[in-house]
Design a protein around this ligand. Sequence first.
Ligand SMILES: [Zn+2]
Length: 315
Amino acid sequence: MPNDRQITGLVSIDMFYFRPGHTSQLIVLGIAILFQPHVYATDNEVSTTCTRIASKLASINLIECLDRNLLSSASYSENNTPLLIKEYPPLENRKPQARILLLGGIHGDEYSSVSITFKWMNILDKYHSGLFHWKVAPLVNPDGLLRRKSHRMNANGVDLNRNFLNGVNDNAGLEYWKKRTHSDPRRYPGKKPMSEAETRWMHQLISEFKPDAIVSVHAPYGIVDFDGPPKPPTHLGPLHLHLLGTYPGSLGNFAGEQLGIPVVTVELPYAGIMPSEKEISRIWVDLIRWLKGNVPKDKTKGNRLFITGSSSLDD
Ligand SMILES: [Zn+2]
């Protein structure tokens, strides 16, 4: 969640991530791949979106994106971009310990949050052991990332991390925004909670998948934030626990505080620079270790019942 000053500094980093001249190669490659349907079990929507992602992020190339075998979720962003998802289902003869939802790119200018989610999917593709049942959405806000100059908000200028149900009333987010952020456009919560297609999609995922924990990746604070039960991780790799608090309409407020689902927010140190390979691996290993030791516990089991019985989630 960079502030305005940090965002100004990202202009040059944006150029670092966007590689002019690379697009035409990717289009040629994309066309070649489309004519080899037996190689990539993917559809045109996924190919097109992967081509756009690869054109934007230096650390994810087209093959790497296609190799993740993402699926169209049948839901779309406000600008009609498919919202992509990958499931790592339970394996035969092993009951998963918990269901985990991993989200990247809620804020469109936090490039590293998308890239690292792809890198972690690569690990899951190789080593998914059935310990957890995963659903991974590496780019929740495609319209924010995939515009010419990426920005935090979605296509309607809404901060998706302020657009969830706030548990108070429809105006609580807007009132907080006016009073506490002085109507900062980068934190606009939308006309009312759940006004945005991307938020409704995340809400639907939570409602249907009933995750025992949610991991949401952001940048650039370089810390671990946490909402909800149980005990938070003290650190994930080089990132140490630092509680930032929640805001009306944030995912941490909605899922962590209202629904009682543990929400681990991984705040990478830079929005435009990836952690090293070693750090990417260390954060992942520590995250798995914490999930294994803490999710689900008694409290989170109770919360699953709460979700099932919650009419508000089905609104
Ligand atoms: Zn963020």
